[in-house]
Structure formats: C-alpha cells, structure tokens
Write a protein that binds this ligand. Structure first.
Ligand code: COA
Length: 255
C-alpha cells in the first residue's frame, strides 16, 4: 500500500487519506490503484459501513498528477484511474468527503459521487479540463449541468473557472462549510452516526436514490473515459502538460 494514500479502519469506518502534500495531493496511477483497491475491499467487507475520503486542511487534491499522466497515460477501462472512478460511482455504502483548499479536476468530480461532502471555508473547486486540452471525466459532463444548471456548468467546465466553498454550498455540491481544521473531524463524526445505523437500510436507501441515474452515470463515465484517453495523447493535452511541467503558459495557437 502506497504511503501516499493512507487507509485507516476504525469502528466500521474506513478513512482514505490523500497524503502527498509536497505535490498538493496530485494523484498518480499508483494512488488511484490504492484507492480503487481500498474501495473494493470496503465494499466487500461486511464490517465496513462507511468510507470517508479526505485530504489535508490546506489541500484536498491538485487532481491528476500531470507528469504521471504524460509519461504513462491510462490505457483502457482496466487502468487504475478508471477502476477508481467505477468503484466510486458504484460504491453501495455511504461515502463521505471532507474537502479543504484546492480541489482540482478529479478532486472536484469525485465529490459528485459522495453522499455527504463537508468543506473547509478555504475550499476552491475547479474542473480545468478544457484548459488542459481534455474533456470532463467521472460523469461530470452529466452531473455538473444537472447540479449547477447549464450556464453555470459552462463557466465551470468550458471556462474552467473555480468556485469557492460558499458557492458550492449554494448549488448543493457540499452539505456544510466549516473552518478547515474542523472539516475532517466533522466528517468523522457524521461517519460515526451513519455507522451506528442499520447497514442494510443505508445500502437500500442509497440504491433507490441512485437508481434512476446509475446506468446513465456509468455509461457517460465510459464515454468520457474513451474521449479522455484519446485526448491525453493528442497535441493540445501534451502542450498543456508540458507547459505545466516547464512552468510556462501553454500555447494552443497551433492545436
Ligand atoms: N501534477 C503534478 N504536479 C503537481 C500538480 C499536478 N496536478 N499540482 C501541483 N504539482 C506540483 C507543482 O508542480 C509543484 O512542484 P514543484 O515544487 O516541483 O514546483 C508542487 O506540486 C507544489 O505546487 P504549487 O503549484 O507550487 O502549489 P500552489 O499552492 O501554488 O498551487 C494548485 C496549488 C493545486 C492550485 C496548483 O498546484 C495547480 O493548479 N496544480 C495543477 C492542477 C491541475 O491542473 N490538475 C490537473 C487536473 S485534471
């Protein structure tokens, strides 16, 4: 298990902590693999009732590790990132996220699949896929317009404009805004409340709430994944990623 993803089990709650602060919790293929495996184990373990995803009080995640994606782009639906997204979207038990600081790309889109989201007042959400020559992932092209309304979704997904915790609260992406030092603890307290409830009732209630959309979500995720995988290898993304590594502005004039 990678030290960059910490897995902690306590009283029916599995906590998955992104722990790569020197890279702002940017997520590598190895980290996606560790999180995908942790979710599969939590799904299959009868003693696990709730999963909490969290980062640090200063940063949730800078999204995909751009160097890692440039060097070893994910290949197909069996790749760690797609396994993680699938296990997340299909996770049958309650999922809680605690989010502070930047939540970029998948740092924001993974929240669309969590049941409860608690944000520090320093949380900044952004989905700059277009700026990276990419398209949305995690079924965000379906779920973000539904949640934000089309025009605000266009600001977030076409312009890649960030929005802060209070705006996320207003549109329903987060349940509550807290001081950053309290967000992880509050998520744990809510997880303990859920862990004390009958698991069968939680699972059935979540299944029924998700039922109408589940097929469409998985279908959209697969379609986005195919486009995302193709676009990662195209000139626009390669220019955007190389520019990020070289700490310069990307030049899209030729792509
Ligand atoms: N992939 C790889 N490395 C990353 C990264 C990413 N997604 N995000 C940050 N890093 C690295 C930086 O290159 C920097 O490395 P260095 O110390 O060698 O220079 C280090 O992490 C710290 O990042 P820095 O940008 O200095 O921190 P910050 O607090 O000023 O800004 C962010 C934090 C998250 C706002 C900013 O790092 C950022 O925008 N990152 C890119 C986000 C992105 O485009 N993600 C992809 C989404 S699909």
């Amino acid at each position: 298990m990678s030290e960059e993803v910490l897995i902690h089990a306590d009283a029916g709650v599995i906590t998955i902590t992104l722990n790569r602060l020197d890279r702002k919790n940017a997520i590598t293929q190895a980290m996606y693999g560790a999180m995908a495996d942790a979710l599969a184990a939590a799904r299959d373990d009868a003693a696990t009732r709730v999963v909490v995803l969290q980062g640090h009080a200063t940063v949730f995640s800078a999204g995909n590790d751009l160097g890692d994606f440039l060097n070893q782009p994910p290949a197909g639906q069996d790749s760690p990132v797609f396994r993680f997204l699938h296990n997340l979207a299909a996770f049958p038990k309650p999922l809680i996220a605690a989010v502070c600081g930047p939540a970029v790309g998948i740092g924001t889109t993974m929240l669309l699949h969590c049941d409860l989201v608690y944000a520090g007042d320093n949380a900044a959400f952004s989905m700059p896929f277009v700026n990276l020559g990419l398209c949305p992932e995690a079924a965000s092209s379906l779920l973000v317009p539904q949640m934000l309304g089309y025009h605000r979704a266009a600001e977030a997904l076409l312009l890649g404009e960030p929005f802060m915790a209070e705006a996320a609260l207003e549109v329903g992406l987060v349940n509550r805004v807290l001081p950053p030092t309290e967000a992880n603890g509050y998520a744990q307290a809510q997880a303990a409340k859920l862990a004390a409830k009958p698991l069968s009732a939680l699972v059935e209630t979540k299944r029924l709430m998700k039922k109408t959309q589940q097929g469409a979500v998985l279908e959209r995720m697969a379609e986005e994944g195919a486009s995302f995988g193709r676009m990662l290898r195209e000139p626009a993304a390669r220019e955007a990623f190389t520019a990020f590594m070289e700490k310069r502005r990307p030049d899209f004039s030729k792509v």
